[in-house]
Write a protein that binds this ligand. Structure first.
Ligand code: S3P
Length: 428
């Protein structure tokens, strides 16, 4: 699907985001392991969390998709059944990596596969700790999907030091630890999103966090919950950047997730001079939710490196777009992980930037974009990557010389199927 983006002089209006993708995955997985029915409101409309739901349904659980809520009828830590066929994770790295922790603890073998992009994503990072715990895992070339997990009820508790900051790997190990009597712990090099720790607590697991180490004592039954999924802050990022760059913008965003392990985005934007006001913050299910108002601003640009890179990893494509028009440009370092996302995001950002006449220098683990540049309308591509397609649609809003065409725009549906309709609703 091609979407044409005409430049827009102004953006105005109020937006609601789909439920957070990261939180939706965790709720789907923990609901499947709880004893009874969990009700999930504002569950992500994105394809990825629905891949997770599809996988748990394939293991014998009833998942009811109703208007405005999803019911997962969990059967407890030992309630999953061997699937009849391979489990389909679609485009979703979160599904395959986090669910693997659960599959490692089952008394059956299961195979997980996905689309072409997923087939290129490394799984060694979850295989290493799960094999140390006692599961046996096969993968293509020792790391790529499809993977076959030979699970066991006899997993051993471990302490695992994550070599690379990854919330997915941390969650995988903690979820494997759910059914082990001893204490399983994970230490990360930088703080990553802690939705798993928060959700585990909500579902009644015995979990504690001390600095960069999370420890779970397994064997305790999970209680079903009623939960509201906050709006996706990573989805909000496209509209925050679009409004900051716009000639004249006043956009409000309601019910956005404000988990402190995700709000580095707000800090970065405000730190560079972005007029982003936080109107109200409340708490639901252990997560913070708030409303935002954003207006046109001059943005200074900046440097993203070290722990900041891990905290902003999903927002870097759209921040690159903002960086090109900023005063001083944007430098991103320590971001080799970008090369193994849904696409090699250093390469796909650079390719689209160049098509739109923007200068960018790339390195193995980052890039530099000088500031004060102007986007020229062009044909860009999502390359099948939702965040790349949405980021360059935002660039199209301020491009000179006509309409920008986003090829393979349907990729947005992985996290934000309503993205283009939402954009249309606020453009003037
Ligand atoms: C996610 C963690 C991040 C992020 C991904 C979602 C999660 O990946 O890029 O979109 O929900 O835990 P890594 O854990 O691989 O860094």
């Amino acid at each position: 699907m091609q979407v044409r983006i005409a430049p827009s002089p102004a953006l105005n209006g109020a937006i609601r985001l789909p439920g957070d993708k990261s939180i939706s995955h965790r709720y789907a997985i923990l609901a499947a392991l709880a004893n009874g029915t969990t009700r999930l409101k504002n569950f992500s409309s994105g394809a990825d969390p629905h891949s997770t739901l599809g996988c748990v349904a394939a293991m014998g659980l009833e998942v009811e998709k109703k208007e405005g809520e999803i019911l997962v009828h969990g059967k407890g830590l030992r309630g999953l059944r061997a699937p009849a066929g391979a489990l389909d994770a679609g485009n979703s790295g979160s599904t395959i990596r986090m669910l693997s922790g659960v599959l490692a603890a089952q008394p059956f073998s299961s195979t997980v596969f996905g689309d072409e992009s997923l087939t290129k994503r490394p799984m060694k990072r979850i295989m290493t700790p799960l094999e140390r715990m006692g599961a046996r895992i096969e993968a293509v070339d020792g790391t790529y999907p499809p993977i076959t997990i030979h699970g066991t009820r006899d997993l051993q508790a471990i302490h695992y030091e994550l070599p690379v900051a990854s919330a997915q790997v941390k969650s995988c190990v903690l979820f494997a630890g759910l059914s082990i009597d001893g204490e399983t712990s994970v230490t990360e090099p930088h703080k990553t999103r802690d939705h798993s720790e928060v959700a585990l607590r909500e579902f009644g697991a015995d979990i504690r966090v001390d600095g960069l180490t999370a420890t779970i004592r397994g064997g305790r039954d999970l209680e079903p919950c009623e939960l509201y999924v906050p709006g996706d802050l990573s989805g909000a990022a496209f509209f925050l950047v679009a409004a900051l760059m716009s000639g004249e913008a006043n956009v409000s965003l309601f019910d956005v997730g404000f988990n402190p392990s995700r709000t580095a985005l707000i800090d970065f934007l405000v730190g560079g001079g972005g007029q982003v006001k936080i109107l109200d913050v409340r708490s639901t299910g252990g997560e913070l939710v708030g409303d935002l108002q954003v207006t046109t601003s001059r943005f200074a640009g900046g440097v993203i490196e070290g722990g900041m890179t891990a905290a902003l990893i999903d927002e870097i494509p759209v921040l690159a777009v903002l960086g090109a028009t900023s005063e001083n440009g944007l430098t991103v370092r320590d971001a080799a992980e970008l090369r193994v996302k849904e696409t090699d995001r250093i390469a796909t950002v650079a390719e689209n930037m160049r098509r739109m006449g923007i200068e960018i220098d790339t390195a193995a683990d980052g890039f530099h974009i000088p500031g004060k540049q102007r986007f020229r309308a062009a044909a860009v591509d999502s390359f099948g990557d939702h965040r790349i397609g949405m980021a360059f649609a935002v660039a199209g809003l301020v491009a000179e010389g006509g309409e920008t065409v986003v090829n393979e725009a349907e990729a947005a549906s992985v996290s934000f199927p309503e993205f283009f309709a939402t954009l249309d609703a606020i453009r003037q």
